[in-house]
Design a protein around this ligand. Structure first.
Ligand code: NAI
Length: 506
């Protein structure tokens, strides 16, 4: 049972109304306030509609509806919150406004009342610095829509009383949310862990490796993400996503892992914000993305055998089966014949590097992604010296069983490999910095971002050794600290431990 008897929610927008609904539904009395009275009315009406629809669908009983509505009441004046023992602030994302509100609340409520902020980007310790009793101030960062996103970050400011953190976590858990306790670190836990997905996709786009739609399709079909990074930018709004990237990059003092993309400012200036402006990386008509017409591929005669560099029997069998369905032969020799189309399967390297090292014929050699995904979508990687006829034959032969084939330009780690390696590496950094225990990190990211694995689980799934190999190759090729290995990752590979193996903190 909650140790809080009455919760005051300040700010009745998208987040405040969701927080009110969550706790009223969980049996706690909630007062909803906003500086604009009509916002309170709208929030209560919104919640009533939502709950009535749940009753109509048979997901909620009429009694539960009546009880929840009775527990959720308006507070038109801030003073009406005086008797609350927990105040959750969800007003505008502005440090001065939040500090002013917290100062005012301190004058109003009992000395042991807890003050929590739903801020997504401001330091809890800075908000608390305006208070007389910073010990009672904590972050309580929910995700939108609050009742459905079953995770909340409980942020421990530098001076927050551990009991306050425990009580907030217990309240969230009682309402059915996973409470991820995290220190007051830039982006907290989830927004920090999310810095490897979209930014690496923008980097791939900026390098001319593939189009936004291709990158989205590959990451969804080969790695199992529910949304592509560009679909996500369009949904969130590129202005909002870019501000988060700039803020986290700045707060970590220009850490190269978090460098924002130079592609973005021009797009913002042009109003290409996403769904809300009708055009972002996709165009929207009536709220729906206009699909790109697929480029028709003229059928070609398959008159060459294929050669594959992989020694791995499972990979060879899969490729041989597809080629057999196209009616072409897979050569078995150590080296390719003079006619063969050569398929290389690099881990982390680009096709050009493998061609140079193995002395393969550039006009006849291209790369095939084999780490992630083969059954839903295949990825072929060309390089600048590849013959167009060879590419046309490879594309047709590798799609002969009906699986779509994506052709991208040369890239160390294709697309899936470099994105997954970045997510794992960043997850390892977060674990190393003790921002979250491995299990907390993975669960919070899966719940908040919908990833098919947590960042560390991704590494264990694809093999941490392979992730290290990909990162070494990226680091060698770009010579940038962005791709340097996290010590957490290196040590666990050296010691033969899973990435999810926890370690004592300090
Ligand atoms: P919103 O714009 O939908 O609602 C904010 C409400 O606060 C408005 O109704 C406004 O009238 C009211 N307000 C502003 N200043 C006030 C004050 N001084 N006193 C009382 N009421 C005041 O904003 P939203 O999206 O609900 O965000 C609220 C907070 O939650 C922000 O700090 C935001 O960063 C954070 N947040 C938002 C998420 C989202 O997806 N929208 C996710 C997680 C956190």
């Amino acid at each position: 049972m909650s140790t809080f008897k009455r919760i005051g929610v300040i700010g009745s927008g998208a987040m405040g109304r969701g927080i009110a609904q969550l706790f009223a539904g969980a049996g706690v009395e909630v007062l909803l306030h906003d500086s604009r009275g009509e916002a309170i009315e709208q929030a209560l009406a919104f919640n009533r509609d939502l709950l009535q629809r749940a009753v109509a669908k048979g997901k909620l009983s009429a009694e539960a509806l009546a009880a929840t509505l009775a527990r959720m009441r308006p507070a038109y004046a801030l003073e009406e919150l005086a008797g609350c023992d927990l105040l959750i602030e969800a007003i505008v994302e502005n440090l001065e406004a939040k500090q002013a509100l917290f100062r005012e609340l301190e004058q109003l409520v009992a000395e042991d009342a807890v003050l929590a902020s739903n801020t997504s980007s401001l330091s809890i310790s800075r908000i608390a610095s305006a208070c007389e009793h910073p010990r009672r101030v904590a972050g309580f960062h929910f995700f939108n829509p609050v009742p459905l996103m079953k995770v909340v970050e409980v942020v421990r400011g530098e001076l927050t009383d551990p009991q306050v953190v425990e009580r907030l976590a217990a309240l969230a858990e009682a309402a059915g949310h996973f409470a991820a306790v995290t220190p007051d670190s830039p982006g907290f836990l989830v927004n920090h862990a999310g810095r490897a997905y979209g930014p690496e996709a923008l980097r791939i786009l900026a390098e001319g490796i593939a189009s936004p739609a291709q990158i989205d399709r590959i990451l969804k079909d080969c790695l199992g993400f529910p949304m592509g990074p560009f679909e996500l930018f369009d949904l969130t709004g590129l202005d909002v996503s870019h501000a988060v990237m700039e803020s986290i990059h700045g707060q970590f003092y220009q850490e190269p892992r978090y460098t924002p993309s130079a592609l973005v400012p021009a797009r913002l200036a042009a109003g290409l914000l996403g769904r809300k402006s009708g055009r972002g990386f996709y165009r929207y008509v009536d709220g729906k993305a206009v699909p790109e017409a697929p480029a028709a591929q003229a059928a070609v005669t398959l008159d060459r055998p294929f050669w594959l560099d992989a020694r791995d029997a499972a990979v060879r069998d899969r490729v041989a089966a597809v080629l057999a369905s196209a009616g072409v032969e897979l050569e078995q020799g150590e080296r390719p014949s003079a006619q063969a189309i050569c398929l290389v399967t690099p881990l982390g390297e680009d096709a050009s590097s493998v061609i140079a090292r193995e002395q393969l014929p550039p006009a006849r050699t291209l790369a095939l992604e084999t780490l992630a995904g083969f059954d839903r979508r295949r990825v072929l990687m060309r390089q600048p010296a590849l013959d167009a006829q060879v590419l046309a034959q490879a594309r047709q032969a590798l799609g002969a069983d009906g699986v779509p084939v994506e052709v991208i330009n040369d890239s160390p780690g294709f697309i899936a490999q470099r994105v997954v390696a970045g997510i794992v590496n960043l997850g390892c950094e977060i674990a190393q910095r003790r921002i979250a225990a491995p299990a907390v990190l993975d669960r919070a990211v899966q719940l908040a971002l919908g990833y098919p694995h947590g960042p560390l689980g991704f590494g264990d799934h694809y093999g941490a050794r392979k992730i290290v190999q990909i990162l070494h190759a990226l680091h060698d090729l770009y010579q940038e600290p962005r791709y340097r290995l996290s010590p957490w990752l290196r040590r666990r590979v050296q010691l033969g431990l899973p990435l999810t193996a926890a370690e004592e903190g300090v």
